[in-house]
Design a protein around this ligand. Sequence first.
Ligand SMILES: Nc1ncnc2c1ncn2[C@@H]1O[C@H](COP(=O)(O)OP(=O)(O)O)[C@@H](O)[C@H]1O
Ligand SMILES: [Mg+2]
Length: 368
Amino acid sequence: MSTKIRVVLLHGGRSSEHAISCVTAKEVLKAIDRERFDVIPVGITQTGHMVLVAEEDMNYALIAGALPEVVDNGSRFHWPESAQSREISVTTADGQLQALGTVDLAFPLLHGPFGEDGTLQGMLQLLSIPFVGNGVLSSALCMDKHFTKAVLAAAGLRVAPGRTLTRAQLQRDPTLIARLDTDLSYPLYIKPARSGSSIGVSRVADASTLPDALAEAFKFDDVVLIESGVKGREVEIAVLGGRSGGSPRTSSVVGEIICSGRDFYDFDAKYLGAEGVTLELPAKVSNSQLECLQETAIRAFEATGCAGLARVDFFLTEDGAIVNEVNTMPGFTPISMYPKLWEASGLSYTELVTELIELALDPLSRAR
Ligand SMILES: Nc1ncnc2c1ncn2[C@@H]1O[C@H](COP(=O)(O)OP(=O)(O)O)[C@@H](O)[C@H]1O
Ligand SMILES: [Mg+2]
């Protein structure tokens, strides 16, 4: 009998980042150490059905206008029926119930709501299935840019000046729009509280385009942030949880997003190779800047209760580091910063995947 650890690789999902998750899962599937792990790919369709996916159907690629998705192949994946069981099964498209053996661990490679936000983590916790990455609290917290900023600020970390607006507040008092920019400086950044991949994010150069930007952000959430544009370099650093309860670890290099000829790091620049943005890795930072970013990233990781992994994104300004966000399941696509930061720090993609699984199985390191 195989003694390999059996990993359910969850991907897709109901959020607007479905396609990114598919490509992330394809890369992890390619890299995962097959000597040690058996993989059961489970896709979540955009409508929320969990299907068993054949490996050969995971040839997802990011192409503008034809983003990949989990296809509903008619199968239905079943989790164990209680926390006392690890037995998984599938109902095939022709209605046959087939046992799939047991599951040791879930790897939720999902971005955005219904996957990266604690909902799925809660389901796995109910079933007592260990899983890679962050737990319910940190996933839910870091998914929400409003509450993340509140927690980071309370921990003494700097965040971008801004305010939060709900759809209900605006409905109650439409004249609020005229006062939203009070004490803030243009360009403003308008963003849904719970989104990612720059979806729904706009840069607003003056008050005339603020209503359109709000409408765009409200398409994705009932809560929207209005922030002053921060003048600084956009840099990111990777964090891994500590082993056996030890200190979190950061990558030894940082990555930088350089926007020249493009307003900001939008979806097309992130994933579709649009011009005007380059990634610099390792970024040129002084030793003291690197130390400051590493230390601040660990403080942000701990303040938000993270476990397993996170990518902490900053604006590096003339007078220090401002935390923009903490991503609890950063992208793992071929062009994604998180695995590249570790590679540049001496940890290969395959080693990184193994490390994440080992952290998830370590009682002292895994998510609370
Ligand atoms: N306050 C800000 N100042 C300057 N640029 C910003 C600000 N907020 C967001 N941006 C730009 O918009 C991009 C996306 O915003 P971000 O808050 O990172 O949301 P997401 O979760 O979608 O990545 C950032 O990478 C950055 O280029
Ligand atoms: Mg971001």
